[in-house]
Unconditional design. Structure first.
Length: 123
């Protein structure tokens, strides 16, 4: 195991995943995985990590506990998903962008991406 990150709270442990550290709250069982696209990571550091929770709100709160800058990039001042962001749980678009009440299972993957906009309406 790698050493704790200076930013990671004491309840998080570092584990290896695909050659890079992932921080996990040790619970003895599987935890949801939170991933961000490389495009987002160009603006703010947000490595893939596992985080406890049974709703999207709980999972993201646990993930952002050690990364407030990423929280501000993904969520607005009211804790809602920003307009330019999109979240998926196991490949399904998150329905509740305001209270983040969508259920998350212990084996789920949460993907956060930037929403695409613009382009031509004519072909």
């Amino acid at each position: 195991m790698k050493a704790f990150s200076a930013q990671a709270p004491s309840c998080l442990k570092s584990i290896e995943s695909f050659g890079s550290p992932v921080y996990a709250a040790y619970s003895g069982g599987p935890l949801p995985t939170v991933r961000f696209t490389q495009n987002i990571q160009r603006h703010v550091a947000c490595p893939t990590r596992v985080a406890q929770g049974t709703t999207l709100r709980a999972v993201l709160d646990n993930y952002f506990h050690a990364n407030e800058r990423a929280r501000g990039y993904v969520l607005d001042e009211q804790g809602k998903i920003r307009q330019h962001m999109v979240a998926f749980i196991d490949g399904e678009l998150v329905r509740d962008r305001e209270t983040l009440s969508d259920p998350v299972s212990e084996n789920s993957t949460v993907d956060i991406i930037q929403a695409l906009s613009g382009g031509s309406t004519s072909l």
